[in-house]
Design a binder for this molecule. Structure first.
Ligand code: TXA
Ligand code: MG
Length: 349
Protein backbone atom coordinates (compact mmCIF):
# COMPACT_ATOMS: atom_id res chain seq x y z
CA UNK A 1 0.00 0.00 0.00
CA UNK A 2 1.25 3.48 -0.83
CA UNK A 3 0.91 5.92 2.04
CA UNK A 4 -0.07 9.44 1.07
CA UNK A 5 1.21 12.28 3.26
CA UNK A 6 -1.06 15.32 3.44
CA UNK A 7 0.27 18.53 5.03
CA UNK A 8 -2.25 20.63 6.87
CA UNK A 9 -2.07 23.84 8.86
CA UNK A 10 -4.33 23.52 11.91
CA UNK A 11 -5.05 27.27 11.83
CA UNK A 12 -6.02 27.41 8.17
CA UNK A 13 -8.18 24.46 7.14
CA UNK A 14 -10.14 24.89 3.91
CA UNK A 15 -13.58 23.40 3.20
CA UNK A 16 -12.40 20.45 1.17
CA UNK A 17 -9.30 19.67 3.19
CA UNK A 18 -10.71 16.42 4.52
CA UNK A 19 -12.46 15.12 1.38
CA UNK A 20 -9.96 12.42 0.52
CA UNK A 21 -9.27 11.38 4.13
CA UNK A 22 -13.03 11.14 4.75
CA UNK A 23 -13.49 8.86 1.73
CA UNK A 24 -10.73 6.61 3.02
CA UNK A 25 -12.33 6.35 6.47
CA UNK A 26 -15.83 5.75 5.11
CA UNK A 27 -14.46 2.95 2.94
CA UNK A 28 -12.85 1.19 5.88
CA UNK A 29 -9.31 2.52 5.32
CA UNK A 30 -6.80 4.00 7.77
CA UNK A 31 -5.80 7.65 8.27
CA UNK A 32 -3.22 8.80 10.84
CA UNK A 33 -3.89 12.30 12.20
CA UNK A 34 -2.66 14.69 14.89
CA UNK A 35 -4.45 15.22 18.19
CA UNK A 36 -3.39 17.50 21.04
CA UNK A 37 -1.79 14.53 22.87
CA UNK A 38 -0.12 12.25 20.30
CA UNK A 39 -0.79 11.22 16.69
CA UNK A 40 -3.62 8.69 16.30
CA UNK A 41 -4.07 5.83 13.82
CA UNK A 42 -7.70 6.23 12.78
CA UNK A 43 -10.28 3.90 11.32
CA UNK A 44 -14.08 3.57 11.45
CA UNK A 45 -14.89 2.62 15.06
CA UNK A 46 -18.18 1.00 14.04
CA UNK A 47 -16.59 -1.17 11.35
CA UNK A 48 -14.99 -4.34 12.76
CA UNK A 49 -12.88 -4.82 9.63
CA UNK A 50 -11.36 -1.37 10.09
CA UNK A 51 -10.51 -2.24 13.70
CA UNK A 52 -8.85 -5.40 12.50
CA UNK A 53 -6.75 -3.36 10.04
CA UNK A 54 -5.69 -1.03 12.87
CA UNK A 55 -4.47 -3.95 14.99
CA UNK A 56 -2.60 -5.39 12.05
CA UNK A 57 -0.94 -2.09 11.06
CA UNK A 58 0.28 -1.54 14.62
CA UNK A 59 1.14 -5.16 15.32
CA UNK A 60 -1.04 -4.78 18.41
CA UNK A 61 -2.72 -7.62 20.33
CA UNK A 62 -6.43 -7.45 19.53
CA UNK A 63 -7.51 -7.79 23.17
CA UNK A 64 -6.24 -4.25 23.71
CA UNK A 65 -9.26 -1.99 23.10
CA UNK A 66 -9.31 1.20 21.04
CA UNK A 67 -10.44 4.71 22.01
CA UNK A 68 -13.31 6.01 19.87
CA UNK A 69 -13.10 9.72 19.04
CA UNK A 70 -16.18 11.95 18.74
CA UNK A 71 -16.75 15.60 17.81
CA UNK A 72 -19.98 16.30 19.73
CA UNK A 73 -22.14 15.01 22.59
CA UNK A 74 -24.55 13.28 20.18
CA UNK A 75 -21.69 10.93 19.39
CA UNK A 76 -21.42 10.01 23.05
CA UNK A 77 -25.10 9.05 23.06
CA UNK A 78 -24.68 6.80 20.03
CA UNK A 79 -21.67 4.92 21.40
CA UNK A 80 -22.79 4.40 24.99
CA UNK A 81 -25.53 2.67 26.87
CA UNK A 82 -25.47 4.77 30.00
CA UNK A 83 -23.73 8.04 30.86
CA UNK A 84 -23.73 9.01 34.55
CA UNK A 85 -24.71 12.62 35.25
CA UNK A 86 -21.29 13.31 36.76
CA UNK A 87 -19.61 12.23 33.54
CA UNK A 88 -21.67 14.82 31.66
CA UNK A 89 -20.34 17.51 33.99
CA UNK A 90 -16.79 16.29 33.41
CA UNK A 91 -17.37 16.30 29.65
CA UNK A 92 -18.74 19.84 29.79
CA UNK A 93 -15.66 20.99 31.64
CA UNK A 94 -12.88 19.07 29.88
CA UNK A 95 -14.09 18.18 26.36
CA UNK A 96 -12.79 18.77 23.79
CA UNK A 97 -9.54 17.89 25.53
CA UNK A 98 -6.97 15.30 26.64
CA UNK A 99 -9.39 13.12 28.59
CA UNK A 100 -10.85 9.70 27.71
CA UNK A 101 -13.81 8.29 29.63
CA UNK A 102 -14.93 4.67 29.81
CA UNK A 103 -18.65 3.84 29.66
CA UNK A 104 -20.88 0.83 29.07
CA UNK A 105 -20.99 0.45 25.30
CA UNK A 106 -24.11 0.53 23.14
CA UNK A 107 -24.87 -2.32 20.74
CA UNK A 108 -23.63 -0.38 17.68
CA UNK A 109 -20.02 -0.56 18.90
CA UNK A 110 -18.50 -3.84 17.72
CA UNK A 111 -16.53 -6.04 20.10
CA UNK A 112 -13.72 -5.85 17.55
CA UNK A 113 -13.23 -2.22 18.61
CA UNK A 114 -13.48 -2.82 22.37
CA UNK A 115 -11.27 -5.90 22.54
CA UNK A 116 -14.28 -7.97 23.55
CA UNK A 117 -15.23 -5.69 26.49
CA UNK A 118 -18.75 -4.43 27.24
CA UNK A 119 -17.30 -0.97 27.84
CA UNK A 120 -16.09 1.62 25.35
CA UNK A 121 -13.45 4.34 25.72
CA UNK A 122 -14.59 7.70 24.29
CA UNK A 123 -12.69 10.93 23.78
CA UNK A 124 -13.45 14.30 22.17
CA UNK A 125 -10.01 15.53 21.12
CA UNK A 126 -9.06 19.19 21.42
CA UNK A 127 -7.40 19.59 18.02
CA UNK A 128 -8.95 21.27 15.00
CA UNK A 129 -7.63 18.67 12.54
CA UNK A 130 -8.93 15.73 14.59
CA UNK A 131 -12.33 17.38 15.10
CA UNK A 132 -12.52 18.44 11.44
CA UNK A 133 -11.78 14.90 10.28
CA UNK A 134 -14.46 13.37 12.53
CA UNK A 135 -17.05 15.94 11.42
CA UNK A 136 -16.26 15.81 7.70
CA UNK A 137 -16.19 12.03 7.53
CA UNK A 138 -19.18 11.48 9.79
CA UNK A 139 -17.18 8.59 11.22
CA UNK A 140 -16.61 7.87 14.92
CA UNK A 141 -12.89 7.37 14.65
CA UNK A 142 -11.29 4.52 16.58
CA UNK A 143 -7.67 5.54 17.09
CA UNK A 144 -4.85 4.15 19.14
CA UNK A 145 -1.56 6.02 19.17
CA UNK A 146 -0.04 5.79 15.67
CA UNK A 147 3.11 3.88 16.61
CA UNK A 148 4.13 0.28 16.10
CA UNK A 149 3.06 -1.59 19.21
CA UNK A 150 5.72 -1.27 21.94
CA UNK A 151 7.45 1.80 20.47
CA UNK A 152 7.15 5.34 21.86
CA UNK A 153 3.99 7.15 20.76
CA UNK A 154 4.41 9.58 17.84
CA UNK A 155 4.54 13.27 18.57
CA UNK A 156 5.56 14.26 15.02
CA UNK A 157 4.20 13.03 11.67
CA UNK A 158 7.74 11.83 10.91
CA UNK A 159 7.44 9.32 13.76
CA UNK A 160 4.23 7.95 12.24
CA UNK A 161 5.96 7.66 8.90
CA UNK A 162 8.87 5.73 10.45
CA UNK A 163 6.50 3.17 11.96
CA UNK A 164 3.57 2.96 9.55
CA UNK A 165 4.73 3.89 6.05
CA UNK A 166 3.11 1.40 3.67
CA UNK A 167 0.68 0.24 6.37
CA UNK A 168 -1.84 3.11 6.33
CA UNK A 169 -3.60 4.90 3.47
CA UNK A 170 -2.83 8.44 4.61
CA UNK A 171 -0.89 10.41 7.19
CA UNK A 172 -2.11 13.95 7.90
CA UNK A 173 0.93 15.99 8.96
CA UNK A 174 -0.32 18.78 11.22
CA UNK A 175 3.03 19.54 12.86
CA UNK A 176 4.17 18.76 16.39
CA UNK A 177 1.55 17.89 19.03
CA UNK A 178 0.95 20.16 22.02
CA UNK A 179 1.02 17.83 25.02
CA UNK A 180 3.14 14.84 24.08
CA UNK A 181 1.73 12.17 26.40
CA UNK A 182 -1.54 10.31 25.83
CA UNK A 183 -4.88 11.35 27.32
CA UNK A 184 -5.89 10.69 30.91
CA UNK A 185 -8.18 7.64 31.04
CA UNK A 186 -11.03 7.92 33.54
CA UNK A 187 -13.23 4.90 34.13
CA UNK A 188 -16.82 6.10 34.64
CA UNK A 189 -18.37 2.68 34.10
CA UNK A 190 -18.35 1.71 37.78
CA UNK A 191 -19.63 3.28 40.99
CA UNK A 192 -16.38 5.09 41.87
CA UNK A 193 -14.45 6.91 39.12
CA UNK A 194 -10.89 5.61 38.75
CA UNK A 195 -7.96 6.87 36.67
CA UNK A 196 -6.54 4.03 34.59
CA UNK A 197 -3.84 6.13 32.90
CA UNK A 198 -2.46 9.47 34.18
CA UNK A 199 -2.29 12.36 31.73
CA UNK A 200 -2.63 16.12 31.41
CA UNK A 201 -5.99 16.09 33.25
CA UNK A 202 -5.11 15.27 36.86
CA UNK A 203 -7.15 13.97 39.84
CA UNK A 204 -6.81 17.43 41.38
CA UNK A 205 -8.55 18.94 38.35
CA UNK A 206 -11.36 16.36 38.48
CA UNK A 207 -11.90 16.53 42.22
CA UNK A 208 -14.24 19.55 42.30
CA UNK A 209 -16.67 17.64 40.07
CA UNK A 210 -16.17 14.06 41.26
CA UNK A 211 -14.80 14.21 44.80
CA UNK A 212 -11.67 12.19 45.47
CA UNK A 213 -10.47 10.32 42.39
CA UNK A 214 -8.06 7.42 42.84
CA UNK A 215 -5.53 5.85 40.49
CA UNK A 216 -5.81 2.22 39.49
CA UNK A 217 -3.11 0.44 41.57
CA UNK A 218 -1.35 -0.67 38.39
CA UNK A 219 -0.63 2.94 37.35
CA UNK A 220 2.69 3.55 39.08
CA UNK A 221 3.80 0.12 40.18
CA UNK A 222 4.75 -2.46 37.60
CA UNK A 223 5.09 -5.07 40.33
CA UNK A 224 1.47 -5.13 41.53
CA UNK A 225 -0.32 -8.39 40.95
CA UNK A 226 -3.67 -6.86 40.12
CA UNK A 227 -4.74 -7.08 36.50
CA UNK A 228 -4.70 -3.54 35.11
CA UNK A 229 -8.17 -2.41 34.11
CA UNK A 230 -6.90 -0.74 30.95
CA UNK A 231 -5.64 -3.78 29.08
CA UNK A 232 -3.02 -1.66 27.34
CA UNK A 233 -1.27 -0.97 30.60
CA UNK A 234 -0.08 -4.56 30.93
CA UNK A 235 2.02 -4.49 27.79
CA UNK A 236 5.60 -3.27 27.65
CA UNK A 237 5.31 0.19 26.27
CA UNK A 238 7.07 3.23 24.94
CA UNK A 239 10.26 1.26 25.06
CA UNK A 240 13.43 2.39 23.31
CA UNK A 241 15.79 -0.33 22.12
CA UNK A 242 18.41 0.75 24.67
CA UNK A 243 18.45 -0.30 28.29
CA UNK A 244 16.88 2.63 30.16
CA UNK A 245 17.52 3.37 33.84
CA UNK A 246 15.90 6.14 35.90
CA UNK A 247 17.69 7.87 38.78
CA UNK A 248 15.80 9.61 41.53
CA UNK A 249 17.20 11.80 44.31
CA UNK A 250 18.80 15.21 44.79
CA UNK A 251 20.09 16.78 41.58
CA UNK A 252 23.64 16.53 42.90
CA UNK A 253 23.51 12.84 43.75
CA UNK A 254 21.76 11.94 40.52
CA UNK A 255 24.37 13.77 38.42
CA UNK A 256 27.19 12.16 40.44
CA UNK A 257 25.84 8.63 40.00
CA UNK A 258 24.95 9.04 36.34
CA UNK A 259 28.40 10.47 35.61
CA UNK A 260 30.08 7.51 37.35
CA UNK A 261 28.01 4.95 35.46
CA UNK A 262 28.27 6.78 32.16
CA UNK A 263 32.04 6.97 32.42
CA UNK A 264 32.25 3.25 33.10
CA UNK A 265 29.87 2.35 30.25
CA UNK A 266 31.75 4.57 27.80
CA UNK A 267 35.03 2.93 28.80
CA UNK A 268 33.41 -0.45 28.05
CA UNK A 269 32.73 0.78 24.53
CA UNK A 270 28.99 1.34 25.01
CA UNK A 271 27.03 4.15 23.44
CA UNK A 272 25.60 6.12 26.33
CA UNK A 273 22.66 8.52 26.28
CA UNK A 274 21.65 10.85 29.10
CA UNK A 275 18.28 12.56 29.51
CA UNK A 276 18.39 15.66 31.69
CA UNK A 277 16.37 18.74 32.42
CA UNK A 278 17.68 21.92 30.85
CA UNK A 279 18.61 23.15 34.32
CA UNK A 280 21.07 20.31 34.92
CA UNK A 281 22.20 19.16 31.46
CA UNK A 282 25.55 20.91 31.87
CA UNK A 283 26.39 18.66 34.85
CA UNK A 284 27.01 15.63 32.65
CA UNK A 285 30.40 14.91 31.11
CA UNK A 286 30.06 11.58 29.26
CA UNK A 287 27.94 10.19 26.43
CA UNK A 288 25.30 12.08 24.49
CA UNK A 289 23.34 14.43 26.72
CA UNK A 290 19.87 15.54 25.65
CA UNK A 291 18.13 18.39 27.45
CA UNK A 292 14.50 17.36 27.36
CA UNK A 293 12.74 20.47 28.68
CA UNK A 294 12.60 22.73 31.68
CA UNK A 295 11.42 21.77 35.16
CA UNK A 296 9.75 25.16 35.47
CA UNK A 297 7.33 24.21 32.67
CA UNK A 298 6.63 20.47 32.81
CA UNK A 299 4.78 20.37 29.54
CA UNK A 300 8.06 21.02 27.71
CA UNK A 301 9.31 17.73 29.18
CA UNK A 302 6.16 15.82 28.19
CA UNK A 303 6.33 17.25 24.66
CA UNK A 304 9.85 15.95 24.03
CA UNK A 305 9.89 12.69 25.98
CA UNK A 306 8.95 10.29 23.17
CA UNK A 307 10.94 12.15 20.52
CA UNK A 308 14.09 11.92 22.66
CA UNK A 309 13.59 8.17 23.17
CA UNK A 310 13.21 7.74 19.41
CA UNK A 311 16.35 9.82 18.73
CA UNK A 312 18.39 7.57 20.99
CA UNK A 313 17.07 4.59 19.00
CA UNK A 314 18.21 6.18 15.76
CA UNK A 315 21.63 6.81 17.25
CA UNK A 316 21.83 3.15 18.28
CA UNK A 317 22.34 3.97 21.91
CA UNK A 318 23.06 0.96 24.16
CA UNK A 319 22.16 2.42 27.52
CA UNK A 320 20.21 5.52 28.57
CA UNK A 321 20.44 7.09 32.02
CA UNK A 322 17.72 9.57 32.87
CA UNK A 323 16.88 11.97 35.63
CA UNK A 324 13.37 11.58 37.04
CA UNK A 325 10.68 14.19 36.48
CA UNK A 326 8.14 13.58 39.18
CA UNK A 327 7.53 17.11 40.39
CA UNK A 328 4.20 18.80 39.83
CA UNK A 329 1.07 17.23 38.42
CA UNK A 330 1.91 16.33 34.85
CA UNK A 331 4.96 14.70 36.42
CA UNK A 332 2.84 11.66 37.26
CA UNK A 333 2.00 11.09 33.61
CA UNK A 334 5.62 11.63 32.57
CA UNK A 335 6.93 9.20 35.22
CA UNK A 336 4.27 6.60 34.38
CA UNK A 337 5.50 6.53 30.75
CA UNK A 338 9.16 6.71 31.73
CA UNK A 339 8.80 3.83 34.21
CA UNK A 340 7.17 1.65 31.57
CA UNK A 341 9.84 2.58 29.05
CA UNK A 342 12.46 1.59 31.63
CA UNK A 343 10.74 -1.69 32.49
CA UNK A 344 10.48 -0.17 36.02
CA UNK A 345 14.26 0.06 36.49
CA UNK A 346 14.60 2.95 38.92
CA UNK A 347 17.47 3.65 41.29
CA UNK A 348 16.65 5.76 44.34
CA UNK A 349 19.67 7.62 45.72
O1 TXA B 1 -4.27 10.51 23.78
C1 TXA B 1 -4.77 9.43 23.44
O2 TXA B 1 -5.60 8.84 24.15
C2 TXA B 1 -4.35 8.83 22.11
C3 TXA B 1 -4.92 9.72 21.00
C4 TXA B 1 -4.67 9.18 19.63
O3 TXA B 1 -6.28 9.95 21.22
N1 TXA B 1 -4.81 7.48 21.97
C5 TXA B 1 -4.26 6.46 22.69
O4 TXA B 1 -4.77 5.21 22.37
O5 TXA B 1 -3.38 6.62 23.51
P1 TXA B 1 -4.03 3.86 22.78
O6 TXA B 1 -4.80 2.80 22.07
O7 TXA B 1 -2.60 3.94 22.48
O8 TXA B 1 -4.32 3.70 24.30
C6 TXA B 1 -5.63 3.41 24.73
C7 TXA B 1 -5.62 2.84 26.11
C8 TXA B 1 -5.10 1.42 26.16
O9 TXA B 1 -4.27 1.28 27.30
C9 TXA B 1 -6.37 0.59 26.30
O10 TXA B 1 -6.15 -0.61 26.97
C10 TXA B 1 -7.28 1.54 27.08
O11 TXA B 1 -6.99 2.78 26.54
N2 TXA B 1 -8.71 1.26 26.85
C11 TXA B 1 -9.41 1.40 25.71
N3 TXA B 1 -10.69 0.99 25.85
C12 TXA B 1 -10.81 0.58 27.14
C13 TXA B 1 -11.87 0.04 27.92
N4 TXA B 1 -13.08 -0.17 27.39
N5 TXA B 1 -11.62 -0.27 29.21
C14 TXA B 1 -10.40 -0.06 29.75
N6 TXA B 1 -9.34 0.46 29.06
C15 TXA B 1 -9.54 0.76 27.78
MG1 MG C 1 -0.58 3.63 22.61
Amino acid sequence: MKTKVLHMNADRIDDHAFDEASDILRNGGLVAFPTETVYGLGGDGLNPQAAEKIYKAKGRPSDNPLIVHIADMDGLGVLTDFVPEKARLVAEEFWPGPLTMIFRKSSVVPYGTTGGLDTVAVRMPGHSIALGLIRSSGVYIAAPSANTSGRPSPTLARHVHEDLDGRVDMIIDGGPVGIGVESTILDMSEAAPVILRPGFITPEMLQPLLGEVLFDPAVMDGAVDSIPKAPGMKYKHYAPKADLIIFEGSAERVAGEINRRAQRAVSEGKRVGIIAARETEKEYCFGTVKGIGTRSDEITIAQHLYAVLREFDEEETDVIFTESFDSGQLGRAIMNRLLKAAGYQIIRL
